[in-house]
Design a binder for this molecule. Structure first.
Ligand SMILES: Cc1cc2nc3c(=O)[nH]c(=O)nc-3n(C[C@H](O)[C@H](O)[C@H](O)COP(=O)(O)O)c2cc1C
Length: 314
């Protein structure tokens, strides 16, 4: 099985990816959080830092672009190619209101004709590998049957399917019935993404879809950064390894961010998920959330690692 680390805005930037790669490895491809492709093909400092090769040494990274404008996609892709990348990913899944209202991300799915023209344009003008990360529709899962016919017209590097509609955001369950049809209908290689939170869910998914050879995992890897490693090596998450990973991440954020507040903001986002990997975690979760200074934070993290264990299901 190939394991891809899903792009997660605010969480899986280069600092996180480097720490993850150093301690857990076993990820075949990381995807960058989306970059908005604009007319000038100019990257914001944050976006540039996220994808420049010196910040992604030894990491297989696919930059992800968000736009519904073919020229902007083409210009930004050419810019990204100058850094040596040979694949870009198109975001057709972002459900956020501000993105969807501009007809981007999952919003683009409700304009199949425009989407087709967009793909025609980009495949005509670019020679790089292009993969797509898509939801199955904007308002209804049945939109997928028209979408797959469009995707089938183009030689995608991969079609990554998160089988929810935009309206679901991250609620409800992934629609595995539509995903099953997608596997039969797609002429392009398919990667599955959605709700693989622990080895148990992964195993159930594999027994339902034995032919799948690539999965993308997002939240499951933030809950347990060792999820892919654990599945591949049949091991449980090791508390000391998690501690080392945490300390590296924390230190790296302190080195690049200014002030306690910014560092804490980043660490709290990670802990929102990662705390679930510990036994009796509620009181620690509350203290982490409340921490205003690094000293408060250090205190709760020290006691968490000293007093609690990794939960049974990790
Ligand atoms: C906080 C957050 C940020 C996300 N950012 C992105 C993004 O930048 N690009 C993208 O394609 N998907 C993004 N996603 C969606 C994830 O990549 C993934 O498709 C989704 O979480 C479902 O997979 P999972 O169940 O394994 O987490 C984001 C999801 C979350 C929760």
């Amino acid at each position: 099985m190939n394991f891809y680390f899903a792009p997660m805005e605010g969480l899986t930037g280069y600092v996180y990816r480097n720490a993850h790669k150093a301690y857990f490895n076993h990820i075949d491809k990381y995807f960058s959080p989306f970059i908005i492709a604009n007319q000038s093909a100019r990257l914001k400092t944050k976006e540039l830092n996220d994808i420049i090769p010196e910040n992604n040494k030894d990491i297989v990274l696919v930059p992800q672009l968000l736009t519904n404008n073919a020229n902007d996609f083409i210009h930004m892709t050419k810019k990204v190619q100058t850094f040596g990348y040979d694949e870009v990913n198109l975001n057709l899944g972002c459900p956020s209101g501000t993105v969807v209202s501009k007809g981007r991300g999952a919003g683009f799915l409700s304009k199949p004709k425009e989407l087709d023209t967009f793909l025609e344009e980009i495949f005509t003008h670019l020679s790089i590998k292009i993969s797509i990360k898509t939801r199955i529709g904007k308002d209804s899962p049945h939109e997928f049957y028209e979408l797959i016919e469009i995707y089938n017209k183009y030689p995608l590097e991969e079609l990554i399917i998160h089988p929810r509609i935009q309206l679901d955001f991250y609620k409800n369950k992934p629609n595995l019935a539509i995903f099953k049809d997608a596997l039969t209908l797609s002429k392009n290689p398919v990667c599955y993404n959605g709700d693989l939170f622990a080895a148990k869910e992964y195993e159930a998914f594999c027994s339902d879809f034995p032919d799948i050879n690539t999965v993308m995992i997002g939240r499951g890897l933030i809950y347990n950064p060792g999820l892919a490693m654990g599945i591949k090596t049949n091991t449980k998450l090791d508390k000391n390894l998690l501690k080392d990973f945490h300390h590296r991440l924390y230190e790296d954020y302190q080195n690049i961010l200014f002030g306690d507040k910014n560092v804490l903001f980043k660490m709290k986002e990670v802990w929102y998920y990662m705390i679930e990997s510990f036994t009796n975690h509620s009181k620690y979760a509350k203290k982490i959330k409340k921490a205003q200074r690094l000293t408060d934070y250090d205190e709760v993290i020290t006691s968490l690692f000293a007093e609690q264990e990794i939960s049974e299901d990790r």
